[in-house]
Design a binder for this molecule. Structure first.
Ligand SMILES: Cc1cc2nc3c(=O)[nH]c(=O)nc-3n(C[C@H](O)[C@H](O)[C@H](O)COP(=O)(O)OP(=O)(O)OC[C@H]3O[C@@H](n4cnc5c(N)ncnc54)[C@H](O)[C@@H]3O)c2cc1C
Length: 381
């Protein structure tokens, strides 16, 4: 892996950093408290090319690659994890449609996603009764003439109330992973009902909703990829998505570390600044070391993806390590703020709440370990 960033990667990172610090960070606390979805910020992100970082220019993307995407995601998450997750899912949907869509689907839907016209993308795989076991999903898509008719429920759909373009998984065949297909659904389609937003521990400015499909009629052209290919599409999208969540974890941790460094240099106890105590310094050292390891794993996974190498295991390792690291680090950041860390006077309580979901969504830590172990055993056989 070449650790030197290219000019393009530096530029994307700088663009994301400037926007994140100047436009996204200032309102992050209020959006979190009031559960305000950052629709306007997402439009501005699209204007900067950050809704299609790894999408070909032919479809309106920045065509800057997977490493640039990871760097941009780290910057956005350091400012606001809720904005970052909406950006992540939109990029994921745009890339998925680019990889498997027909020319018409790419021209219509990818352009809307990356331009901001669709506000956000949504990825609708999980259901009330199955998340980790995605092959068990029960939403159905049945043929009716040239159309498809969807019936069923989805759960936990990020940006689901705002997304103009969604990728939705449904069963078109027999039980198990081979009976699944993916569909592109436009927001506001008749028969698509959006439920009330979840009242969450963290990511409170992110919109998370259940969706219900009640005889929702889609044109034949809504099928994404081949019939029965849905599970493969989902797993491929999640491989890339896990790099996004690993990046998000790195960004949140970096922000937590920076806030903590500021605090321990300022706060005094026993006649000294906290930063002078060795126990405090050792905590900072551990956070920085683990963060650097997580960043390296994340950029390595992104590099493998960018260079068309297999990256399933790399993405899972990055997501597993970075998300668990973020939880340890944000917990220590709160600890080092003492009682103030437990209030919203300082941002570390938000970082801890935002980090918590990272070991759960886009595959729990347990599922990442299942994937990594499978790859380890496969390589050894
Ligand atoms: C804020 C938020 C946003 C989300 N956004 C989206 C989204 O946009 N789109 C979407 O489709 N989904 C989304 N999800 C859903 C998320 O991906 C699932 O919650 C996650 O995959 C886990 O599924 P589950 O909640 O059904 O838990 P379950 O699958 O029921 O798992 C419960 C527990 O059992 C463990 N477990 C399950 N199977 C195994 C196994 N084989 N071995 C060991 N342990 C196991 C899990 O690791 C977990 O600890 C979101 C979730 C949240 C909280």
């Amino acid at each position: 892996m070449d650790l030197n960033l290219t000019e393009t990667q530096r530029l994307v990172r700088q663009t994301a950093r400037t926007f994140a610090q100047e436009r996204v960070l200032p309102g992050a606390r209020e959006r979190d408290r009031k559960e305000l979805f950052p629709a306007e910020l997402l439009r501005e992100l699209a204007g900067l090319g950050l809704m299609g970082v790894n999408v070909p220019a032919a479809y309106g993307g920045a065509e800057a690659g997977a490493v640039a995407y990871a760097l941009a995601m780290m910057e956005m998450a350091a400012a606001c994890a809720s904005t970052a997750v909406a950006m992540a899912v939109t990029n994921m949907c745009a890339e998925l449609i680019c990889a498997f869509g027909s020319e018409e689907q790419k021209r219509t839907h990818v352009s809307r996603l990356v331009s901001g016209d669709a506000v956000a993308g949504a990825f609708a795989l999980s259901e009330p009764q199955c998340g980790s076991d995605a092959a068990g999903l029960t939403t159905t898509a049945a043929r009716r003439g040239g159309d498809w008719v969807l019936n069923g429920s989805k759960q936990w759909i990020t940006s689901g109330a705002h997304a103009g373009v969604m990728v939705v998984w449904a069963r078109t065949g027999a039980p198990g992973s081979r009976g699944l297909s993916a569909f592109i659904v436009e927001g506001g389609t008749r028969g698509l009902l959006v439920g009330p937003p979840e009242d969450k521990l963290g990511l409170r400015a992110s919109n998370t909703v259940p969706l219900v499909f009640e005889d929702c009629v889609l044109p034949g052209s809504a099928l994404l990829g081949g019939e029965g290919e849905g599970f493969k599409l989902a797993m491929m999208a999640l491989d890339g998505g896990r790099i996004g969540i690993a990046s998000q974890a790195c960004g949140v941790t970096r922000a937590a570390l920076e806030a903590t460094v500021r605090y321990v240099r300022d706060r005094q106890a026993f006649g000294k600044h906290l930063a002078q105590f060795q126990a405090v310094r050792f905590m900072l050292a551990n956070i920085k070391t683990e963060l650097s390891a997580a960043e390296a794993l994340t950029l390595r996974a992104a590099w493998c993806k960018e260079h068309q190498r297999s990256f399933t295991q790399e993405a899972s390792m990055a997501k597993l390590f970075a998300s668990e690291m973020a939880n340890r680090a944000c917990d220590k950041a709160v600890q080092l703020h003492g009682g103030y860390g437990y209030t919203d006077e300082f941002p570390v309580e938000r970082y801890l709440r935002d980090a918590r979901v990272q070991t759960i969504y886009e595959g729990t830590s347990e599922i990442q370990r299942v994937v990594i172990a499978r790859e380890v055993l496969r390589a050894a056989s």
